[in-house]
Design a protein around this ligand. Structure first.
Ligand SMILES: Cc1cc2nc3c(=O)[nH]c(=O)nc-3n(C[C@H](O)[C@H](O)[C@H](O)COP(=O)(O)OP(=O)(O)OC[C@H]3O[C@@H](n4cnc5c(N)ncnc54)[C@H](O)[C@@H]3O)c2cc1C
Length: 315
């Protein structure tokens, strides 16, 4: 709807879709949607595989369904929160692209704007789902189902060593490294918080702001990794757009996610650590958020051009 209107509406003697400000919106809507879709495809396949595995072991359909949902509860919370927030972003920017008539209830942009809003409230509000993500992670760690202490300890050790000067080689090497580094940032923050909790210096139940920061980092990591896996898979496959358009979406997403990771990690760490410990943690954040700057203007224009040529969604 937004692409069609941007192609059609003329202001100052040209289609509004020619303006960089509008191209930014079109591209960003597509990038976030592509990220959410990648995460949804990935989770659906994982759940389907788990269900098939459980069924093959003789579990009933109901039991196999329940167990696969339980296994991927964290991912499902991520999808619910991220999907509803991407939708809200898209309907809001769609209305903005429609200008004054977008605000009028007689046009579908206004209806989409209103109808979308409920998604952040029902099926577990997004605040409750954010808390569930972190809660589930810690519960699994405590039950021994998931080792976060070992990897968190490895990150601590890495922090005290010299940064490696290795040259990154191979396709998507920077993106693979960025995603791996996002995991290190999360392990540092979540590991640091868990240690404080065990030492009795922190009660995470009373620190919802920190939980929200952690949840937002989980979302960015899962979306970035899912998008990377999808874009890598598309290499050499028959697809609607040249690979450089998919690459552009991935690069813009990781560029922006890196900035969000830095902010969320810094906010969380400064909420529970201080002095030399905080300084060490912040050096870690700096070390693990080094994705090289991307010319996001050029990349977004490329994505917007593909959308405008196709007259709508084209990925
Ligand atoms: C159109 C519509 C359809 C619905 N359909 C269904 C349905 O089919 N089945 C069904 O069971 N329900 C349904 N609901 C209910 C919906 O699930 C609830 O509205 C939702 O769970 C939020 O509960 P609440 O409205 O009581 O808000 P509250 O629980 O009062 O929440 C208000 C705010 O406080 C926040 N909050 C609450 N507790 C905490 C906490 N512990 N920590 C931090 N923040 C907190 C919430 O995130 C929210 O932002 C529907 C609601 C609507 C509007």
């Amino acid at each position: 709807m937004a692409v069609a209107y941007a192609n059609e509406r003329v202001q100052f003697g040209q289609a509004i879709g020619n303006f960089g400000a509008i191209q930014y919106k079109l591209a960003e809507m597509a990038i976030r949607n592509f990220a959410a879709e990648s995460a949804a495809y990935r989770t659906s396949q994982c759940m389907q595989d788990k269900k098939a595995e459980e069924s093959a072991e003789g579990k009933s359909f109901g039991q196999a369904t329940l167990e696969s949902a339980e296994e991927y509860a964290i991912e499902c919370s991520i999808l619910k929160v991220y999907g509803s927030e991407v939708t809200d972003y898209c309907v809001d920017e769609n209305l903005q692209i429609h200008g004054g008539i977008g605000f009028s209830e007689e046009y579908p942009a206004a209806r989409a704007y209103r109808d979308s809003r409920i998604n952040r409230i029902y099926e577990g509000t997004n605040e409750i789902n954010r808390m569930l993500m972190v809660d589930q992670l810690f519960k699994r760690a405590l039950k021994g189902q998931l080792d976060i202490v070992g990897p968190a300890w490895a990150v601590q050790k890495e922090l005290t060593s010299m940064p490696s000067m290795e040259r990154l080689e191979g396709d998507y090497a920077q993106e693979i490294k960025a995603v791996s580094d996002f995991k290190k940032v999360i392990l540092m923050v979540a590991g640091g918080a868990a240690k404080m909790q065990m030492d009795g210096k922190l009660n995470l139940k009373e620190e919802q702001e920190v939980l929200m920061n952690c949840a937002d980092m989980f979302i960015d990591l899962y979306a970035a990794e899912s998008m990377l896996l999808r874009v890598q898979k598309l290499v050499g496959m028959k697809k609607e757009q040249p690979q450089e358009v998919y690459d552009a979406m991935l690069q813009v997403f990781i560029h922006d996610a890196t900035a969000r990771m830095t902010r969320n990690a810094t906010d969380a760490l400064a909420s529970f650590a201080e002095g030399d410990l905080l300084k060490t943690f912040l050096l870690g954040v700096k070390r693990f958020t080094k994705y090289p700057p991307v010319n996001v203007k050029v990349k977004r224009r490329l994505v917007a051009e593909a959308l405008r040529k196709a007259g709508g969604w084209c990925f």
